[in-house]
Design a binder for this molecule. Structure first.
Ligand SMILES: Cc1ncc(COP(=O)(O)OP(=O)(O)O)c(N)n1
Ligand SMILES: Cc1ncsc1CCOP(=O)(O)O
Ligand SMILES: [Mg+2]
Length: 223
């Protein structure tokens, strides 16, 4: 089992589930198809406006499926549910559990990532506190979330060039618009609709994104 979505020598894909799953078994087949498309570093279980039981039921099916393929699973919003469902970590936003509480609950060996919107200050605070990654976005318009704040490639470049903490780019990313984010040095691209709603299917989207990451990731300094 992968316990960390460590950046390798290139940008990697960070999948995010759709916000609602009416049929978890059907989605498990879709997820398997996506994972068959190429390398995926991690999967975020991001179910919105559902009760905890629905999250637990989805996790029961999806966590082992992903982990069996060496894909780390992060729970969105809820460190307590991350622990209870065997996730590898959690993603917290600025209105969720504070980073320190998430870390206290999950310990040092699980992943804690933090939303930083378009803010250098938030990102530096998260990085200094010990976050495993910082996330900037939204880079493009998205219908998955009401996300009015826009991040840009200058911010991404500044972080990628100066900091060692990995950086995730999120928001409206598809195989058609991912290239500048990869070229600028994002360690991960977090993608939801750009995979699940891709016209040629999720496996094709994952394959296209991987091909872009293989070709356009910048050279990295040896660790
Ligand atoms: C990788 C990643 N980045 C940002 C977010 C957004 O988190 P948040 O601001 O808490 O919003 P919700 O996702 O909870 O609606 C994320 N989930 N993942
Ligand atoms: C959760 C989140 N946070 C900022 S934009 C966004 C939505 C990501 O989904 P998509 O890749 O479909 O835009
Ligand atoms: Mg949140």
């Amino acid at each position: 089992m992968t316990t960390s979505p460590d950046p390798q020598d290139r940008c990697r894909l960070y999948l995010i589930t759709p916000p609602r799953l009416d049929d978890v078994d059907a989605f498990a087949r879709t997820l398997a198809e996506a994972l068959d498309g190429g390398d995926v570093a991690c999967l975020q279980l991001r179910l919105k406006d559902v009760d905890d039981d629905a999250i637990r039921r989805a996790a029961e099916v999806l966590v082992p499926l992903a982990q069996a393929r060496d894909v780390a699973v992060l729970m969105n919003d809820r460190p307590d549910l991350a622990l209870a469902t065997g996730c590898d970590g959690v993603h917290v936003g600025q209105d969720d559990a504070p980073y320190a509480e998430a870390r206290r609950l999950l310990g040092e060996n699980r992943i804690v990532g933090v939303t930083c919107h378009d803010s250098r200050d938030l990102a530096m605070a998260a990085g200094e506190a010990g976050a495993d990654y910082v996330a900037f976005g939204a880079f493009y318009p998205t219908s998955t979330k009401d996300a009015p704040i826009r991040a840009d490639v200058d911010l991404l470049r500044w972080w990628a060039e100066a900091m060692v903490v990995p950086v995730v780019a999120i928001g409206g990313i598809t195989p058609d618009n991912a290239r500048p984010l990869i070229e600028t040095g994002a360690d991960f691209l977090a993608v939801s609709a750009g995979v699940w709603a891709w016209p040629d299917g999720p496996g094709a989207a994952v394959a296209r994104l991987n091909a872009l990451m293989d070709t356009h990731s910048p050279e990295r300094e040896p660790a």
